[in-house]
Design a protein around this ligand. Structure first.
Ligand code: ADP
Ligand code: 5GP
Length: 206
């Protein structure tokens, strides 16, 4: 069946655990390529340039836009975030499943450019737990947390654009669910046209 790379977009409310989930997914299963975005936000303690993000100035970011080096970009809570084109194109061509962890505006742009992309939304089990995780992370001020929670309420409106929602309650269970969703997507008829065509030809020839 289909071993071509799938483009997977993972979005979700800030603090839902997307970063934690992605890290665990690539640790646990082979074959995933996790795209590293460019951003103008400042690194959090422990974050490294080229590992979590490529940290750029606004001027550097705007140069990337001018050079068409990003497949999508968006502004989120006062900063630019964008997906470098080369990494995604090269890994998809090599047959890897490429994961983008991006917010909803970017997700919708990807869907237009790559109609077969798989869109998955990650949520915390409830709003109280989301707030707890966001403040427990200890990396943002109370004001930034409020802005992010406000943004979360807006993002909830676009949720029907996604193919699946996964609830990140038990981390290991959620990682397994996400992997299974991606695995199942490889079996979709639309991603196996060559196989179906080959079967048709064989049936007619017999
Ligand atoms: P996001 O990338 O969605 O903003 P993070 O991955 O940074 O979120 O997670 C936010 C906080 O929640 C972190 O402190 C993380 O350790 C914690 N967290 C993530 N997943 C879970 C989970 N399943 N149960 C409890 N805490 C979690
Ligand atoms: P954070 O500052 O918490 O790392 O990320 C803030 C938001 O930006 C998250 O919703 C994250 O998914 C999103 N994001 C990260 N990288 C990109 C990107 O390349 N493009 C877009 N559109 N959003 C991104």
């Amino acid at each position: 069946m289909n071993h071509k790379g799938i483009l997977i977009v993972v979005s979700g409310f800030s603090g839902a655990g997307k970063g934690t989930l992605m890290k665990r997914l690539v640790e646990k299963y082979d074959g995933y390529a996790l795209s590293i975005s460019a951003t103008t936000r400042a690194p959090r303690p422990g974050e490294e340039d080229g590992r979590e993000y490529f940290f750029l100035s606004r001027e550097q970011f705007e140069q990337k836009i001018a050079d068409s080096a990003l497949i999508e970009y968006a502004e989120y809570c006062g900063n630019y975030y964008g997906t470098p084109k080369d990494y995604v194109e090269n890994h998809l061509a090599a047959g890897h499943d490429v994961i983008l962890e991006i917010e909803i505006q970017g997700a919708l742009k990807i869907r237009k450019q790559y109609p077969t992309a798989l869109l998955v939304f990650v949520s915390a089990p409830n709003a109280k737990e989301l707030r707890r995780r966001l403040s427990g992370r200890g990396t943002e001020t109370a004001e930034v947390i409020d802005r992010r929670l406000h943004r979360a309420a807006q993002e909830a409106e676009g949720i029907e654009e996604y193919d699946y929602i996964v609830v990140n309650d038990d981390l290991e269970k959620c990682v397994k669910e996400l992997h299974e969703i991606i695995d199942a997507a490889h079996h979709a008829p639309g991603r196996n046209e060559e196989f179906i065509e080959k079967m048709r030809r064989e049936l007619i020839e017999d």
